[in-house]
Ligand binder design. Structure first.
Ligand SMILES: Nc1ncnc2c1ncn2[C@@H]1O[C@H](COP(=O)(O)OP(=O)(O)OP(=O)(O)O)[C@@H](O)[C@H]1O
Ligand SMILES: [Mg+2]
Length: 721
């Protein structure tokens, strides 16, 4: 399982004049790469708060009481705003319910899409270089460790070779990109020219065509194949001849010979732009070994194949062999250490109780443990083990929260008592008092102590899982992955995004999200778009930076039903094409039927049921899930919708037991008294309801649900058959 986001024990509250709103109360979930997780629940259940916590955009009165949000080796709750800025929008994007709120009404659509791309460019190149050097350094270090000091010189030489030809590759790719950008730039110019003249707009025909003709030579590049230079020269000449003697007409019409010539140039440029991209990584190696080889003129496909074989034979197979030994060494050393860490951490359980009188002793204890955990990280893992990287933060933070509460609670109690006394005294004297006492915020020390214990226990179970999965790890595959990683970083170092490239990419994106005539739409304002089109634009903006994770917070509630279906289909399509991981938030279970892989049902700040989409739809266990299912519109029957009776609880004073008890006709006494734990229904399915306790009376879901499940099964079966 490849999890990309891991939310653990998240609690979020809001300070308000009426008291502390406990909006999210200890929820945990995981998002797998390429999967969709739906979070479903009524208004106010904490869905948006959860997604905003992930993006670090909670309101100013929010308090994160506890929890971790692990992503790419980091805890998003602990990183600096600067780091968060880098992740927000770039790696994790969000689409909101109302598209207008995400668009600037007075900026043209195209500009709004390209802005996102241009912004992140420079930082990316720097980051890519840093990552490249770091990983190559690790390859060196571990290969030497695995092969012995005697092989140092040989390893170093290979690393050096790798660096050298990568540098050569970067140089060539840079030149290639410059030519390619020039082509894209010119395509945009020809497009604009043809579009404006066809609409009889006033255009400096002679000037524009001459500019295009002049710039054609900037497109030349040795990798655009042998016939290109001549074709570009011929096109330039044709353009020059076409405008010779041209005089602007009164009606702005342009003779066909000019339009035709521009069209032909455009076709040529498009053809060049669409040609196979050279594999610079391989070509770089070839060129380094054969500095005098003339690559000009060889078709790129052939060049790619030839240099691949050359690289394999003369370098990469040996390199991979060496690297794999290093990867295995790193993995196995770390694995042994992890086994020890599990023992150490197990022995450390319960120790915090004895450290409660000294904050510094507690931190020392935590840091000693953290050091061992950090020492057991396999640094050669490309997919970083977030839990291990953030363990130090997690324990120390939990400890700080505990000690801060120890200090703050008595003060807060005293303040509250003092102010209440004063107010009561004034009232007793018969005065009218127009001020309220701010409610007290005291933290539950047992719970905070528990959090410290939990962070240690979480690490133990995480490592135990890791150790169990260890025999399945394929070090050869990992070595290939590392070379690919280095190759990609090398390429990113040169990937400059220019304005015209951004424009082309934006137009491509607009096409991808289904905007007709994107070249015209590019220059329009948001008000010129319909609601559904606007939401498509918002999706394009969200995708502009090529994120890993897309969070959709009720993206279709503002749209009518047919448009809704189109947008859902679009999100599904993009998810599959880009291997996106999606968190889809909605109050309508019906919407996620064809989208979600997994579903988390939320009520009053807690997840009450969690399972695969099939499990939630065909085998729901929590009465709240039943209620949601029966209130879901159904096309097959004309039956009346069952609205869920009652209203959600006041989250300033959340109920003791199952928060849904008061609205649940199946509620038992214990539901009002004690929070039900999650009961496992299958390895992927659990529900927090006392109905699943072995001693509970057996309760069937309501008839309407059973009938509905039958129908759904039939329909699904019918579709299969
Ligand atoms: N800034 C805030 N200050 C106080 N309370 C807040 C704040 N933001 C959210 N809340 C409260 O947190 C709880 C959860 O809100 P949230 O926005 O997550 O609900 P939701 O599940 O997204 O509902 P909806 O379907 O209406 O969007 C609600 O009780 C809400 O009133
Ligand atoms: Mg919401």
């Amino acid at each position: 399982m490849d999890k990309i986001l891991d939310v653990k024990n998240l609690r979020v509250s809001f300070r308000t004049s009426g008291g502390t709103v406990k909006a999210v109360r200890d929820i945990s979930f995981e998002l797998e790469r390429g999967k969709t997780l739906a979070i479903v629940g009524e208004s106010g259940s904490g869905k948006s708060v959860t997604s905003k916590a992930i993006l670090g955009i909670l309101a100013g009165n929010s308090i994160i009481e506890s929890g971790e949000i692990l992503y790419d080796g980091k805890d998003l709750l602990k990183i600096s705003e600067e780091e968060m800025c880098d992740i927000r929008g770039n790696r994790i994007s969000m689409i909101f319910q109302d598209p207008l709120s995400s668009l600037n009404p007075i900026v043209k659509i195209g500009r709004q899409i390209t802005e996102a791309m241009l912004l992140k460019d420079k930082g990316n190149r720097r980051e890519a270089k840093r990552e490249f050097n770091e990983v190559l350094g690790l390859v060196k270090q571990n290969s030497i460790a695995a092969l012995g000091e005697g092989s140092r010189a040989q390893v170093e030489e290979r690393i050096k070779t790798f660096e050298n030809f990568n540098a050569e590759a970067i140089r060539m790719e840079n030149a290639y990109n410059t030519a390619k950008n020039a082509a894209k730039d010119l395509i945009a110019k020809t497009e604009d020219f043809l579009f404006l003249t066809s609409k009889k707009q006033k255009v400096d025909v002679k000037g524009s065509v001459k500019t295009i003709a002049d710039k054609l030579k900037t497109v030349k590049n040795e990798f655009f194949s042998h016939d290109t230079d001549a074709k570009l020269d011929a096109a330039a000449q044709e353009l020059g001849e076409a405008v010779r003697g041209f005089k602007p007409a009164k009606d702005q019409s342009v003779p066909d010979r000019i339009t035709e010539a521009v069209k032909r140039s455009e076709d040529l440029l498009r053809e060049l732009d669409g040609r196979t991209v050279p594999e610079f990584f391989r070509i770089g190696f070839y060129k380094m070994q054969n500095p005098h080889a003339d690559l000009h003129g060889m078709p790129v496909e052939e060049l790619n194949a030839m240099t691949r074989e050359y690289l394999d034979q003369n370098f990469i197979l040996d390199f991979l062999d060496m690297e794999e030994k290093g990867v295995r060494y790193s993995f196995e050393t770390a694995l042994e250490k992890k086994k020890q860490v599990v023992e150490t951490l197990k022995a450390a359980r319960g120790q915090f109780a004895g450290l409660k009188n000294s904050r510094s002793a507690a931190h020392k204890w935590a840091n000693d443990l953290a050091k061992q955990v950090e020492d057991s990280i396999d640094r050669m893992e490309i997919v970083k083990d977030s839990s291990a990287y953030t363990f130090r933060y997690a324990v120390n933070d939990a400890i700080d929260r505990y000690f801060n509460a120890v200090k703050r609670n008595p003060k807060e109690e005293a303040r509250f008592a003092r102010q209440s006394r004063r107010r009561d005294a004034l009232i007793a004297k018969g005065r009218t008092v127009d001020w309220k006492v701010v409610p007290k915020v005291v933290y539950d020390l047992d719970e905070l102590e528990d959090n410290v214990e939990k962070s240690v226990a979480n690490m133990v179970s995480h490592y135990e899982e890791y150790i169990e999965a260890a025999p399945g790890v394929d070090c050869a595959a990992r070595s290939v992955q590392i070379v690919d990683y280095l190759k990609d970083r090398g390429s990113e170092m040169v990937h400059r995004v220019t304005r015209s490239m951004a424009r082309e990419k934006a137009i491509q994106l607009m096409e991808e999200v289904g905007i007709p005539e994107p070249r015209i739409r590019y220059n329009q304002y948001p008000f010129e778009f319909s609601g559904g089109m606007r939401q498509r634009i918002v999706i394009a903006i969200a995708l502009a930076a090529n994120p890993d994770i897309l969070i959709c917070d009720e993206p279709t509630t503002a749209l009518d039903v047919t448009i809704q279906a189109q947008i859902l289909e679009l999100i599904n399509k993009l998810k599959a094409e880009r291997n996106l991981s999606v968190i889809f938030i909605t109050h309508d279970l019906g919407v996620v039927a064809n989208m979600a892989d997994d579903i988390a049902v939320m009520y009053a700040g807690k997840i009450v049921e969690y399972g695969t989409a099939d499990e939630i739809f065909y085998d729901p266990r929590h009465p709240y899930t039943w209620a949601l299912l029966s209130s879901m519109p159904d096309l097959d029957t004309k039956e009346k919708l069952d609205a869920i009776p009652g209203t959600p609880p006041n989250m300033i004073y959340p109920p003791e037991g199952d928060a849904f008890a008061a609205r649940n006709k199946y509620a038992m006494q214990i539901d009002f008294e004690m929070q039900p734990p999650p009961f496992q229904v299958s390895p992927t399915h659990w529900a927090a309801t006392w109905l699943l306790h072995p001693d509970a009376p057996k309760v069937e879901p309501p008839k309407i649900i059973i009938d509905r499940i039958e129908r759904m099964k039939k329909r699904a079966g019918g579709e299969l058959g």
